[in-house]
Design a protein around this ligand. Structure first.
Ligand code: S3P
Length: 429
């Protein structure tokens, strides 16, 4: 288990970093490439542990995948070409691998077993296994198919019309993927708009996708055609440096090539509302996704309220938003964010307990947290609890804390941002 000590930056963070590839888009590029017909090439792939778990699972189903850092070549086998795995599919720490792959496995006429780490074993899967059972898939696991290990025998036949009780892009994606191999049409309606990378990328792979407000519909029997995918930088990774740039005195940071898909860009809106000095330049489109370079400078911030439809647009950024809020004047209220409880850790508990250890004025609520600023953070010993985003949020807190912050279990950061600490070093001057 790795431990990292982070100390206060006095001279500011300065310079540019190229933000690593988007995790959500990297997973989808591999999965869709595997079931597409022909050779898919990917550039800008995130070689983090979660996406490597996806590659490993699809290799076990007979798909040839060559990965060299950020470059990947996938020899797509078409839907019918996936083979029954003779080994257990290990999803590691990755919820996206688990839930999206279940959507693909639900219609495959073979048996497979999925297993993951201790964190995955606690995360609810019924939100996808229930609709997938409606397609005709036979899925078994603890608590009636709610927890890994899961065993799947695919058997989808007829499309479904599904109203999801949770706003989750993973649920939406799993149902759409199963729908593509079922008869008739399949539609998913979600309670609030979630990230739409699946819809955008399916279209890029030549699939017809109909969108009407909160409902997405696909016709069954469509094939995916291999293509080249360029992955933009992950705004969820950029968020740590957006926060650092705003709160570390004397800073000016440029973050290159960041995806700014509106279903993901809530952090930008929140930073602007907090009063951050943030600008977007070089806006462009790559493979159906908008991207820009972001410039952030040290700012004086004020507290905000974050709730409702905004939550799915920044759900993964809440740990670092909490750090930002400790440096904002006044109260920041985060509500309607119960989903935080079922992430890699219960992020209401882990964010609140670890920031309290550093002297933050932060209180957990049933569906979020309340932070009173501005407080000077002290040093101390904190934990990632094996959650990559908690580890990175604590590191950003360490950059402004009066004494050193010692973070335990920083190895978890490799899940989404293997060179995070190198980028921190690069920006010190
Ligand atoms: C993801 C969707 C979100 C997000 C996760 C990645 C995706 O999860 O938190 O990190 O790639 O579809 P939910 O679908 O559970 O909200």
């Amino acid at each position: 288990m790795a431990t990292k000590t982070v100390t206060k930056i006095n001279k500011g963070l300065k310079g540019s970093v190229k933000i690593p590839g988007d995790k959500s888009i990297s997973h989808r590029a591999i999965m869709f490439g595997a079931v597409a017909e022909g050779k898919t090439t990917v550039e800008g792939f995130l070689a983090g542990e979660d996406c490597l778990s996806t590659i490993d699972c699809f290799r076990k189903m007979g798909v040839e995948i060559e990965q060299n850092g950020e470059d990947v070549i996938i020899e797509g086998k078409g839907w019918g070409g996936l083979e029954e795995p003779s080994e257990i599919l290990d999803v590691g720490n990755s919820g996206t691998t688990t839930r999206l792959m279940l959507g693909i496995l639900a219609t495959r006429p073979f048996h497979s077993v999925l297993i993951g780490d201790d964190s995955i074993a606690k995360r609810p899967m019924a939100r996808v296994t229930n609709p997938l059972k409606q397609f005709g898939a036979d899925i078994a696991g603890r608590d009636n198919g709610n927890y890994t290990p899961l065993s799947v025998r695919g058997g989808g036949t007829k499309g479904i019309d599904f109203h999801s009780p949770v706003a989750s892009a993973q649920v939406k994606s799993a149902v759409l993927l199963a729908g593509l191999q079922s008869e008739g049409t399949t539609s998913v309606t979600e309670p609030a708009l979630t990230r739409d990378h699946t819809e955008r990328m399916l279209e890029a792979y030549g699939v017809e996708v109909q969108r009407d407000g909160l409902t997405v519909t696909v016709k069954g029997g469509q094939t995916l055609k291999a293509r080249h995918i360029e992955v933009p930088g992950d705004i969820s990774s950029a968020a740590f440096f957006l926060a650092a740039g705003a709160i570390v005195p004397h800073s000016e940071i440029t973050l290159e090539g960041v995806g700014i898909n509106p279903t993901r860009a809530g952090i930008i809106d929140v930073l602007i509302e907090m009063g951050a000095d943030l600008s977007l330049i070089n806006e462009r489109m790559v493979g159906g996704e908008p991207m820009a370079d972001l410039i952030v400078k040290t700012s004086s911030l004020k507290g905000v309220e974050i709730a409702g439809n905004m939550i799915p647009r920044l759900i993964d950024e809440i740990p670092v938003i909490a750090v930002l809020a400790t440096q904002a004047e006044g109260k920041t209220i985060i509500k309607d964010a119960e989903e935080l409880k079922v992430k890699e850790t219960n992020r209401i508990d882990t964010v609140v307990s670890e920031l309290k250890k550093l002297g933050a004025n932060i209180t957990a609520t049933d569906d979020g947290m309340i932070i009173e600023g501005k407080t000077s953070l002290s040093g101390g010993q904190v934990q990632s609890y094996g959650d990559h985003r908690i580890g990175m949020a604590m590191a950003i807190a360490g950059l402004i804390a009066t004494d050193e912050v010692v973070i335990e279990r920083t190895e978890a950061i490799a899940v989404s941002y293997p060179n995070f600490f190198e980028h921190v070093e690069q920006l010190k001057n």
